[in-house]
Design a protein around this ligand. Sequence first.
Ligand SMILES: Cc1ncc(COP(=O)(O)O)c(C=O)c1O
Length: 304
Amino acid sequence: MAALERLAGPRTRLIGVSHVPTSGGLVQPAAEIGRIARACGALFLLDATQSAGQFPVNVDAIGCDLLTGTGRKFLRGPRGTGFLWVRAAALDRLDPFVAEIGSATWDGQQGFTWAPGAGRFATWEHSYVNVLGLGAAVRQALDLGLEAIGQRAAALGARLRRQLAGLPGVTVHDLGPIRCAIVTAKVDGLAAEQVAQALARAGVNVSTTVPEDNPLDTQDRGVHPLIRFSPHYYNTEDEIDRATELVAALATLPAPHRADLKPRPARGPGSDKTHPGRTGLGRMPGAHDTLPGGVRNGRPVRRR
Ligand SMILES: Cc1ncc(COP(=O)(O)O)c(C=O)c1O
């Protein structure tokens, strides 16, 4: 924060921050960043891709001018959906990159007027079925209550992190004083992919962080690849404990058996690493599709 405060000045146009990075359990101090942005007159863009649906995100308390998010992660909505929220006072400081039907009204001559609100940034064509799915996911999250969701997800994350940290041969790697449900870990002597594959075979779905997706973090900490757990509110304490037991067993696996653990195939279509509905631990209510690591409803699936 001190470095950001030093860098921010009258020439700063925009401060863009990921609320929760893809590569760990860190929660950025968004409201403090908002204060720095306001003090220097910069716009503040908060990427809430990993936080929306995981815990409450209040644009006024945070003081952001733009908020972006996706449907496919902790919101548990359809893939290929997302959203942009823009504070009314910030609208005139931004130029949409294209004017099209719906985002502007043509005056019939050479001019046009932008649509009111953030609709001016929207494209005309939508996948309506996915937008309806996103709406249903948002309603479900609101009905359950984001406070309750946030408390439960963070508690499950903290339980898993605490348990993993206590295992010999296992280290956890989440940064910052405020941490969320994402938990990253490493097992000595085993590649993250080997661990992910072994957990998938046991019906526990996790993802991995890779250096290619986290070049700056890798440069700073050199910790990737890591195993990445993303428990969500629907997971149970028993599932967290079972995941811990499985990791403990892997960490104490005798060397000859370690050689049998093969990394799973490289990422491909349908092998998304970051959808908690797909990579959360264990049971997934309503999940009928194939999960990363070739697991469907807790059982391995033969790929064609
Ligand atoms: C922090 C963060 N921002 C943005 C994205 C991109 O999300 P999407 O592909 O749904 O737009 C990701 C994806 O993993 C992410 O973790």
